[in-house]
Design a protein around this ligand. Structure first.
Ligand SMILES: C[S@@+](CC[C@H](N)C(=O)[O-])C[C@H]1O[C@@H](n2cnc3c(N)ncnc32)[C@H](O)[C@@H]1O
Length: 297
Protein backbone atom coordinates (compact mmCIF):
# COMPACT_ATOMS: atom_id res chain seq x y z
CA UNK A 1 0.00 0.00 0.00
CA UNK A 2 1.17 3.49 -0.65
CA UNK A 3 1.50 6.02 2.10
CA UNK A 4 -0.45 9.28 2.19
CA UNK A 5 -0.63 10.89 -1.21
CA UNK A 6 1.48 13.89 -2.16
CA UNK A 7 -1.06 16.27 -3.60
CA UNK A 8 1.30 18.60 -5.39
CA UNK A 9 4.16 16.91 -7.23
CA UNK A 10 5.27 19.01 -10.18
CA UNK A 11 7.68 17.30 -12.59
CA UNK A 12 10.81 19.34 -12.61
CA UNK A 13 12.17 20.01 -16.06
CA UNK A 14 15.66 19.09 -14.86
CA UNK A 15 14.51 15.71 -13.55
CA UNK A 16 12.68 14.97 -16.77
CA UNK A 17 15.81 15.77 -18.72
CA UNK A 18 17.76 13.49 -16.43
CA UNK A 19 15.25 10.71 -16.99
CA UNK A 20 15.30 11.21 -20.76
CA UNK A 21 19.07 11.07 -20.89
CA UNK A 22 19.03 7.89 -18.75
CA UNK A 23 16.51 6.44 -21.18
CA UNK A 24 18.67 7.33 -24.17
CA UNK A 25 21.72 5.88 -22.42
CA UNK A 26 19.83 2.65 -21.79
CA UNK A 27 18.73 2.55 -25.42
CA UNK A 28 22.18 3.18 -26.80
CA UNK A 29 23.62 0.36 -24.71
CA UNK A 30 21.20 -2.19 -26.16
CA UNK A 31 22.92 -4.97 -28.14
CA UNK A 32 21.87 -5.27 -31.83
CA UNK A 33 20.27 -8.72 -31.55
CA UNK A 34 16.82 -9.84 -32.68
CA UNK A 35 13.73 -8.84 -30.60
CA UNK A 36 12.27 -11.31 -28.14
CA UNK A 37 15.30 -13.60 -27.82
CA UNK A 38 15.63 -14.81 -24.20
CA UNK A 39 17.92 -11.89 -23.31
CA UNK A 40 16.41 -9.12 -25.41
CA UNK A 41 12.96 -7.75 -26.03
CA UNK A 42 11.35 -4.76 -27.73
CA UNK A 43 10.97 -1.29 -26.29
CA UNK A 44 8.82 0.41 -28.89
CA UNK A 45 10.66 -0.40 -32.13
CA UNK A 46 14.03 -0.84 -30.43
CA UNK A 47 15.69 -4.02 -29.21
CA UNK A 48 16.74 -3.79 -25.58
CA UNK A 49 18.00 -6.13 -22.85
CA UNK A 50 14.99 -7.85 -21.22
CA UNK A 51 16.31 -6.84 -17.81
CA UNK A 52 16.18 -3.15 -18.76
CA UNK A 53 12.70 -2.90 -20.29
CA UNK A 54 10.87 -2.70 -16.97
CA UNK A 55 13.04 0.26 -15.94
CA UNK A 56 12.55 1.98 -19.27
CA UNK A 57 8.75 1.62 -19.16
CA UNK A 58 8.98 2.96 -15.61
CA UNK A 59 10.78 6.06 -16.90
CA UNK A 60 8.06 6.64 -19.49
CA UNK A 61 5.18 6.49 -17.03
CA UNK A 62 6.97 8.43 -14.30
CA UNK A 63 7.54 11.06 -16.94
CA UNK A 64 3.92 11.23 -18.14
CA UNK A 65 2.21 10.58 -14.77
CA UNK A 66 1.48 14.21 -13.88
CA UNK A 67 0.17 14.90 -17.40
CA UNK A 68 -1.64 11.61 -17.73
CA UNK A 69 -5.09 13.03 -18.56
CA UNK A 70 -3.70 15.31 -21.25
CA UNK A 71 -1.68 12.42 -22.63
CA UNK A 72 -4.73 10.19 -22.96
CA UNK A 73 -6.83 12.93 -24.47
CA UNK A 74 -4.11 13.75 -26.99
CA UNK A 75 -3.43 10.11 -27.85
CA UNK A 76 -7.05 9.18 -28.40
CA UNK A 77 -8.52 12.59 -29.32
CA UNK A 78 -10.60 12.25 -26.15
CA UNK A 79 -12.25 9.02 -27.33
CA UNK A 80 -10.61 6.96 -24.55
CA UNK A 81 -13.35 8.24 -22.22
CA UNK A 82 -16.04 6.67 -24.47
CA UNK A 83 -14.07 3.43 -24.83
CA UNK A 84 -13.63 3.14 -21.06
CA UNK A 85 -17.31 3.92 -20.49
CA UNK A 86 -18.29 1.18 -22.95
CA UNK A 87 -15.77 -1.25 -21.40
CA UNK A 88 -17.31 -0.83 -17.94
CA UNK A 89 -20.89 -0.98 -19.20
CA UNK A 90 -20.21 -4.17 -21.13
CA UNK A 91 -18.52 -5.72 -18.08
CA UNK A 92 -21.58 -4.77 -15.97
CA UNK A 93 -19.67 -5.12 -12.67
CA UNK A 94 -21.32 -5.33 -9.27
CA UNK A 95 -22.66 -7.76 -6.71
CA UNK A 96 -26.09 -9.02 -7.73
CA UNK A 97 -29.06 -8.54 -5.40
CA UNK A 98 -29.47 -12.26 -4.77
CA UNK A 99 -25.83 -12.59 -3.66
CA UNK A 100 -24.40 -11.94 -0.21
CA UNK A 101 -20.77 -12.34 -1.25
CA UNK A 102 -18.95 -9.06 -2.08
CA UNK A 103 -16.92 -9.22 -5.27
CA UNK A 104 -13.13 -9.01 -5.37
CA UNK A 105 -11.98 -6.78 -8.23
CA UNK A 106 -8.43 -6.23 -9.38
CA UNK A 107 -7.46 -3.53 -11.86
CA UNK A 108 -3.94 -4.16 -13.13
CA UNK A 109 -1.78 -1.36 -14.57
CA UNK A 110 -4.54 0.74 -13.10
CA UNK A 111 -2.45 3.67 -11.83
CA UNK A 112 -4.76 6.43 -13.01
CA UNK A 113 -7.73 4.85 -11.24
CA UNK A 114 -9.91 5.54 -14.30
CA UNK A 115 -11.18 1.99 -14.65
CA UNK A 116 -11.16 1.07 -10.94
CA UNK A 117 -13.18 4.13 -9.87
CA UNK A 118 -15.47 3.69 -12.88
CA UNK A 119 -16.15 0.07 -11.87
CA UNK A 120 -16.89 1.01 -8.25
CA UNK A 121 -19.14 3.89 -9.33
CA UNK A 122 -21.01 1.62 -11.73
CA UNK A 123 -21.41 -1.13 -9.10
CA UNK A 124 -22.83 1.44 -6.70
CA UNK A 125 -25.15 3.21 -9.14
CA UNK A 126 -26.47 0.21 -11.11
CA UNK A 127 -26.30 -2.64 -8.58
CA UNK A 128 -26.35 -0.66 -5.30
CA UNK A 129 -23.17 -2.55 -4.46
CA UNK A 130 -21.22 -0.58 -1.86
CA UNK A 131 -19.32 -3.52 -0.39
CA UNK A 132 -17.24 -5.11 -3.15
CA UNK A 133 -13.48 -4.57 -2.92
CA UNK A 134 -10.91 -3.25 -5.37
CA UNK A 135 -7.14 -3.72 -5.64
CA UNK A 136 -5.54 -1.13 -7.92
CA UNK A 137 -2.08 -2.37 -8.84
CA UNK A 138 0.58 -0.77 -10.97
CA UNK A 139 4.31 -1.22 -11.39
CA UNK A 140 4.82 2.52 -11.12
CA UNK A 141 4.43 4.33 -7.79
CA UNK A 142 4.15 7.72 -9.53
CA UNK A 143 1.12 6.55 -11.52
CA UNK A 144 -0.49 5.13 -8.35
CA UNK A 145 0.06 8.46 -6.61
CA UNK A 146 -1.82 10.14 -9.47
CA UNK A 147 -4.65 7.65 -8.87
CA UNK A 148 -4.67 8.39 -5.14
CA UNK A 149 -4.60 12.10 -5.85
CA UNK A 150 -7.58 11.67 -8.14
CA UNK A 151 -9.45 9.68 -5.46
CA UNK A 152 -8.79 12.48 -3.00
CA UNK A 153 -10.10 15.07 -5.47
CA UNK A 154 -13.16 12.93 -6.27
CA UNK A 155 -13.93 12.72 -2.56
CA UNK A 156 -14.32 8.94 -2.71
CA UNK A 157 -12.08 5.87 -2.65
CA UNK A 158 -9.29 7.79 -0.90
CA UNK A 159 -8.15 5.93 2.24
CA UNK A 160 -11.20 3.74 1.73
CA UNK A 161 -10.81 0.33 3.42
CA UNK A 162 -12.41 -1.27 0.36
CA UNK A 163 -9.67 0.04 -1.95
CA UNK A 164 -5.96 -0.90 -1.91
CA UNK A 165 -3.30 0.81 -4.03
CA UNK A 166 -0.37 -1.57 -4.50
CA UNK A 167 2.91 -1.41 -6.37
CA UNK A 168 3.06 -4.74 -8.18
CA UNK A 169 4.37 -6.06 -11.47
CA UNK A 170 1.38 -7.40 -13.44
CA UNK A 171 3.52 -10.24 -14.73
CA UNK A 172 3.82 -11.72 -11.23
CA UNK A 173 1.32 -10.07 -8.81
CA UNK A 174 3.35 -11.54 -5.97
CA UNK A 175 1.12 -10.14 -3.23
CA UNK A 176 -2.09 -11.42 -4.80
CA UNK A 177 -3.22 -14.87 -3.78
CA UNK A 178 -4.12 -17.50 -6.35
CA UNK A 179 -7.86 -18.04 -6.97
CA UNK A 180 -8.77 -14.88 -5.05
CA UNK A 181 -10.33 -12.47 -7.59
CA UNK A 182 -13.71 -12.43 -9.32
CA UNK A 183 -12.92 -9.86 -11.99
CA UNK A 184 -9.51 -8.91 -13.43
CA UNK A 185 -9.33 -5.79 -15.60
CA UNK A 186 -6.39 -4.26 -17.45
CA UNK A 187 -6.80 -1.17 -19.58
CA UNK A 188 -4.12 0.21 -21.91
CA UNK A 189 -1.51 -1.48 -19.75
CA UNK A 190 -0.70 -4.98 -20.94
CA UNK A 191 1.13 -3.86 -24.09
CA UNK A 192 3.79 -2.38 -21.80
CA UNK A 193 4.55 -5.67 -20.05
CA UNK A 194 7.95 -7.17 -20.84
CA UNK A 195 6.35 -10.61 -21.04
CA UNK A 196 2.68 -10.35 -22.03
CA UNK A 197 2.09 -14.11 -21.85
CA UNK A 198 3.39 -14.12 -18.25
CA UNK A 199 0.87 -11.35 -17.48
CA UNK A 200 -1.97 -13.43 -18.95
CA UNK A 201 -0.85 -16.55 -17.08
CA UNK A 202 -0.82 -14.53 -13.86
CA UNK A 203 -4.31 -13.15 -14.58
CA UNK A 204 -5.45 -16.77 -14.83
CA UNK A 205 -3.68 -17.68 -11.60
CA UNK A 206 -5.24 -14.92 -9.46
CA UNK A 207 -8.81 -15.38 -10.75
CA UNK A 208 -11.22 -17.71 -8.98
CA UNK A 209 -12.80 -20.47 -11.07
CA UNK A 210 -15.63 -18.68 -12.87
CA UNK A 211 -13.65 -15.42 -12.72
CA UNK A 212 -13.61 -13.02 -15.66
CA UNK A 213 -10.61 -11.51 -17.50
CA UNK A 214 -11.38 -8.22 -19.26
CA UNK A 215 -8.82 -6.22 -21.23
CA UNK A 216 -8.98 -2.93 -23.13
CA UNK A 217 -6.02 -2.27 -25.40
CA UNK A 218 -5.00 -0.56 -28.63
CA UNK A 219 -5.26 -3.00 -31.51
CA UNK A 220 -5.12 -3.39 -35.30
CA UNK A 221 -7.34 -1.19 -37.47
CA UNK A 222 -9.54 -2.99 -40.02
CA UNK A 223 -10.48 0.03 -42.14
CA UNK A 224 -8.06 1.46 -44.76
CA UNK A 225 -9.10 5.08 -44.41
CA UNK A 226 -8.97 4.92 -40.63
CA UNK A 227 -5.57 3.22 -40.85
CA UNK A 228 -4.24 6.02 -43.08
CA UNK A 229 -5.53 8.57 -40.55
CA UNK A 230 -3.83 6.65 -37.75
CA UNK A 231 -0.48 6.57 -39.62
CA UNK A 232 -0.60 10.38 -39.99
CA UNK A 233 -1.55 10.81 -36.33
CA UNK A 234 1.28 8.49 -35.22
CA UNK A 235 3.80 10.72 -37.02
CA UNK A 236 2.69 13.90 -35.27
CA UNK A 237 2.00 12.45 -31.82
CA UNK A 238 5.60 12.54 -30.50
CA UNK A 239 5.86 16.14 -31.71
CA UNK A 240 2.63 16.98 -29.85
CA UNK A 241 4.05 15.19 -26.80
CA UNK A 242 7.07 17.41 -27.07
CA UNK A 243 4.98 20.59 -27.29
CA UNK A 244 2.34 19.71 -24.68
CA UNK A 245 4.42 17.78 -22.15
CA UNK A 246 7.99 18.59 -23.21
CA UNK A 247 8.46 14.87 -23.69
CA UNK A 248 9.13 13.56 -27.23
CA UNK A 249 10.65 10.20 -26.21
CA UNK A 250 7.80 8.94 -24.05
CA UNK A 251 5.21 9.68 -26.73
CA UNK A 252 7.41 8.07 -29.38
CA UNK A 253 7.59 4.95 -27.19
CA UNK A 254 3.79 4.92 -26.75
CA UNK A 255 3.22 5.00 -30.53
CA UNK A 256 5.77 2.26 -31.10
CA UNK A 257 4.35 0.09 -28.33
CA UNK A 258 0.93 0.24 -30.00
CA UNK A 259 2.44 -0.84 -33.31
CA UNK A 260 4.25 -3.77 -31.68
CA UNK A 261 1.19 -5.13 -29.85
CA UNK A 262 -0.22 -8.38 -31.33
CA UNK A 263 -3.30 -8.24 -33.55
CA UNK A 264 -6.71 -9.31 -32.25
CA UNK A 265 -6.50 -12.96 -33.32
CA UNK A 266 -2.94 -13.41 -32.01
CA UNK A 267 -3.81 -11.84 -28.67
CA UNK A 268 -6.94 -14.01 -28.49
CA UNK A 269 -4.80 -17.14 -28.93
CA UNK A 270 -2.45 -15.92 -26.17
CA UNK A 271 -5.44 -15.56 -23.81
CA UNK A 272 -6.49 -19.11 -24.72
CA UNK A 273 -2.93 -20.33 -24.15
CA UNK A 274 -3.12 -18.96 -20.60
CA UNK A 275 -6.05 -21.35 -20.04
CA UNK A 276 -9.09 -19.10 -20.47
CA UNK A 277 -12.30 -20.36 -22.09
CA UNK A 278 -15.15 -18.53 -23.88
CA UNK A 279 -12.50 -16.14 -25.21
CA UNK A 280 -13.63 -13.33 -27.49
CA UNK A 281 -13.12 -9.73 -28.48
CA UNK A 282 -14.97 -6.67 -29.71
CA UNK A 283 -13.36 -4.05 -31.91
CA UNK A 284 -13.96 -0.43 -30.99
CA UNK A 285 -13.63 2.39 -33.55
CA UNK A 286 -12.71 -0.02 -36.37
CA UNK A 287 -10.14 -1.81 -34.23
CA UNK A 288 -8.22 1.24 -33.01
CA UNK A 289 -8.68 -0.57 -29.75
CA UNK A 290 -10.41 -3.76 -28.69
CA UNK A 291 -11.99 -5.34 -25.65
CA UNK A 292 -10.75 -8.90 -25.05
CA UNK A 293 -12.25 -11.30 -22.52
CA UNK A 294 -12.00 -14.82 -21.21
CA UNK A 295 -13.37 -16.93 -18.35
CA UNK A 296 -11.42 -19.14 -15.97
CA UNK A 297 -13.37 -22.39 -15.66
C1 LIG B 1 -1.35 3.97 -20.38
S1 LIG B 1 -1.31 3.63 -18.64
C2 LIG B 1 -2.95 3.01 -18.37
C3 LIG B 1 -3.52 3.38 -17.02
C4 LIG B 1 -4.98 3.01 -16.81
N1 LIG B 1 -5.16 1.58 -16.79
C5 LIG B 1 -5.90 3.66 -17.80
O1 LIG B 1 -6.50 2.95 -18.62
O2 LIG B 1 -6.03 4.88 -17.78
C6 LIG B 1 -0.33 2.20 -18.56
C7 LIG B 1 0.01 1.77 -17.15
O3 LIG B 1 0.62 0.48 -17.20
C8 LIG B 1 1.53 0.42 -16.12
N2 LIG B 1 2.42 -0.73 -16.33
C9 LIG B 1 3.34 -0.91 -17.29
N3 LIG B 1 3.94 -2.09 -17.14
C10 LIG B 1 3.38 -2.70 -16.07
C11 LIG B 1 3.57 -3.95 -15.42
N4 LIG B 1 4.46 -4.85 -15.85
N5 LIG B 1 2.80 -4.24 -14.34
C12 LIG B 1 1.89 -3.36 -13.88
N6 LIG B 1 1.67 -2.15 -14.45
C13 LIG B 1 2.40 -1.83 -15.53
C14 LIG B 1 2.20 1.78 -16.20
O4 LIG B 1 2.93 2.09 -15.04
C15 LIG B 1 1.00 2.67 -16.44
O5 LIG B 1 0.43 3.12 -15.24
Amino acid sequence: MLGPVTISRPLLKGSRLARTSTLLRLLSSAPPSSPDSPTTTHFGSKTVPTTEKEKMVGHVFSSVASKYDIMNDVMSLGIHRLWKHHFINKLDPGMRRNSKQPLEFIDVAGGSGDIAFGILDYANEIHQDRVSKMDIVDINADMLKEGEKRAYELGRYYQDPRVRFMVQNGEKLEKIESNSKDIYTVSFGIRNFTNIQAGLNTAYRVLKPGGLFYCLEFSKIDNQLMDWGYQQWAKVLPVMGSVIADDFDSYQYLVESIERFPDQETFKSMIEKAGFKSVGYENLTSGVCAIHWGVKV
